[in-house]
Design a protein around this ligand. Structure first.
Ligand code: ATP
Length: 205
């Protein structure tokens, strides 16, 4: 079981942003993507998660091993916290949402509609969703946005627990999580033709 990214080039808006990215994530390992705004972290994560095809190269992982959490929270506003987690648990064939409720301190909020949560609480629910997928490879794009210091620490603990259980994490984040991680600087993979000056409307559509 591993995630293998082999000479992947990826595009946004029809233009290649990163070229020849290769790395492997093994059980118990976290890899953090680093690079300045706009270099292509989100684009690469979406490509690895299978939301868009690579231009060249391959992404290999066991079937149904990955769970992705992007910028959009993916929550159902009218459903309660509990119902959101139950929904995702059912989608991923899991049953018990109790550990996720407990680990993210969502118990007191369990019956509140997701749309009535604060931004940070929504983010916590979005991360709890990763737990109930039961999937070993977590792909996380800026997972700590809107989290306060205490919840960033909580998130770090949750990632550490996931890794200790043999899970893997691939994340784009600008902040220090307090988790032992391999850092991958995307600077050397920046495509020769920068995308900044050539925006189109088709990105992510
Ligand atoms: N509509 C578009 N058409 C073409 N290129 C675009 C479009 N929208 C964004 N881009 C460019 O695609 C590149 C990759 O963007 P991406 O969001 O993957 O970068 P990022 O490293 O995740 O950025 P950030 O750290 O700001 O979240 C950027 O240079 C961006 O300007």
């Amino acid at each position: 079981m591993e995630l293998r990214v082999d000479t992947v080039s990826c595009q946004r808006g029809g233009l290649v942003v990163l070229e020849g990215v290769s790395f492997v994530v093994t059980p118990g390992e976290a890899v953090v993507l680093r690079g300045p705004n706009g270099i292509g972290k989100t684009t690469l994560l979406r490509t690895i998660a299978g939301l868009q095809p690579p231009v060249t190269g391959t992404v290999s992982a066991p079937e149904d091993a990955m769970a992705y959490a992007g910028h959009a929270d993916g929550l159902k506003g009218p459903l309660s916290v509990r119902q959101n987690l139950e929904f995702w648990a059912e989608v991923y064939g899991q049953r018990d949402i109790t550990p996720a409720l407990e680990l993210y301190a969502l118990g007191p909020l369990a019956d509140r509609q997701a749309q009535d949560l604060s931004a940070g609480q929504k983010r916590r629910l979005g991360l709890a969703r990763m737990m109930v997928t039961g999937r070993p490879i977590w792909i996380l794009d800026e997972p700590t946005v809107s989290l306060d210091v205490a919840n960033v620490a909580l998130f770090g603990e949750m990632i550490a627990a996931h890794l200790a259980g043999g899970g893997m994490a691939l994340m784009a984040t600008h902040i220090e999580l307090g988790v032992t991680a391999t850092t991958l600087d995307l600077g050397p993979y920046k495509a020769v033709t920068p995308a900044e000056d050539m925006a189109t409307d088709e990105a992510f559509l």
